[in-house]
Design a protein around this ligand. Structure first.
Ligand code: SF4
Length: 431
């Protein structure tokens, strides 16, 4: 379950029921102040709550001193092997320091970092990596990599206990998704400290996003994990942040910006949906409001399954329809669909409600009805789903189950089943 303890990284709470924090890591040389700051701003603008910077040299420490002051989000110094750099990073004002006690040079040096962190009230991230487990755990690693990872993490936690230090989070990292899931599940049952989740070297934007969504999504749905980083092989760190947010939004753990819904398309598609969806997705990045926008490839099914969306478009050969909350707003020429959709969104957001021109709405409704009538015999995926739902309702009726009240609002946003949701009680809006 979510960790009991909480730490504070430069004002961002981690664990203890706080919203799952999104972090990324700069891919620049930290010593290159300008390039690093550019990347930190890109990460922050994409929604990063925290940023981590590698500090492998003294030059990086010198740049870090300026970066921690100028950064719009708290900065975590990432240290490997050289404990003196951890001490210097704390002096430089880092909001958190990541160390791996297994590769920092022994308990004594870890103790030195802990004492410095305690004096400066700087939290630590204690990391365990499948690639650097201590020698005495190698045999266990061969038998059970998961138990070995957890054993290494517990040893570090016990060392912190001995040092009477609790201001830390723990991370277990592995390139293996099932092992990451199993080890974090096990560790979360054994310790109360916040957990940082990530899949090490997950891969490219495509495969790495999927691996991370499976691994981190599974854990987060279990209520395990307090901060996440998606590791992708791209120089554009903000892409990691975008993926992290999609995972959190999909699980309804946090809300941030619009949600785009789009049909998968099929042989009935009558316009260049790939381009239109990509264009809409790109333009939506400029919005902070958590609106739902739907794109349907054809008007054969009417507004159908997208009727819960705040705004949407459905296209046909030469014309398309803009709709809001299940009601037509107006039809527009095909090549104006996207521009007019955003004009409607902007107008509605500026006045706080959907503005309806009754004449145009009636014209749009008549156009939609005509297309629906012309295609009444088509067995589209949506109609098949509707038929299945109707059959299930009939079945329920014959079995004596209650059906929804007649006249209940149709254009209702799909609600979560609160009682059954694994993320119940952990949802937060970023606003
Ligand atoms: S029938 Fe459904 S899946 Fe096919 S293009 Fe129309 S809306 Fe999209």
């Amino acid at each position: 379950m979510a960790s009991k303890r909480q730490i504070d990284v430069g004002g961002v709470k981690i664990g203890g029921g706080a919203p799952v924090a999104v972090q990324s890591m700069t891919k620049t040389e930290t010593a290159d102040y300008e390039a690093t700051m550019r990347q930190i701003h890109a990460i922050a603008e994409a929604g990063g709550d925290l940023v981590r910077c590698a500090v492998p040299r003294d030059d990086d420490v010198r740049a870090l001193e300026r970066i921690v002051v100028e950064s719009p989000i708290p900065v975590i110094a990432d240290i490997h092997f050289n404990h003196t750099l951890a001490l210097k990073a704390i002096d430089a004002g880092a909001h958190c320091v990541r160390i791996n006690p297994g590769n920092i040079g022994g308990h004594e040096k870890t103790g030195e970092v802990v004492e410095k962190a305690r004096a400066a009230s700087v939290p630590l991230r204690i990391g365990v990596n499948s690639g650097s487990l201590p020698k005495h755990l190698h045999e266990l690693e061969r038998e059970s990599p998961v138990e070995a990872l957890v054993a290494a993490a517990i040893e570090h936690v016990e060392l912190m206990d001995k040092l009477d230090f609790q201001d830390f989070k723990v991370s277990i990292k592995s390139t293996n998704v099932p092992n990451t899931i199993a080890s974090n599940r096990l560790l979360s049952q054994k310790i109360d400290n916040p957990l940082h989740l990530g899949i090490t070297e997950a891969g490219t934007k495509w495969s790495g996003s999927l691996k991370s969504a499976v691994g981190l999504g599974t854990l987060l749905a279990d209520g395990v994990g307090d901060t996440i980083r998606i590791s992708l092989s791209t120089f554009h760190a903000e892409e990691e942040v975008k993926v992290a947010w999609e995972i959190l939004k999909a699980l309804k753990l946090r809300e941030r910006g619009p949600v785009l819904i789009a049909c998968p398309t099929c042989g009935r598609l009558q316009f260049d949906m790939d381009t239109v969806v990509a264009d809409i997705e790109e333009r939506l990045r400029a919005y902070d409001d958590p609106i739902e926008v739907a794109v349907l490839g054809c008007a054969v099914n009417g507004i159908g399954e997208a009727s819960h969306a705040d705004f949407g478009i459905t296209g046909a050969k030469n014309e398309g329809l803009i709709f809001a909350h299940g009601k037509p707003l107006r039809k527009v020429p095909q090549d104006r669909l996207v521009d007019e959709l955003f004009a409607e969104i902007d107008k509605s957001l500026s006045v706080g409600r959907v503005v309806v021109d009754e004449n145009k709405a009636a014209e749009g409704a008549a156009w939609l009805e005509l297309i629906e009538e012309e295609n009444a015999g088509e067995l589209t995926p949506e109609r098949l789903a509707a038929m299945e739902a109707a059959a299930a309702a009939n079945q329920a009726l014959t079995e004596g189950q209650a059906l929804p009240m007649a006249g209940a609002p149709k254009a209702k946003r799909i609600e979560l089943d609160e009682a059954a949701s694994p993320t119940e009680g952990r949802r937060f809006s970023r606003a």
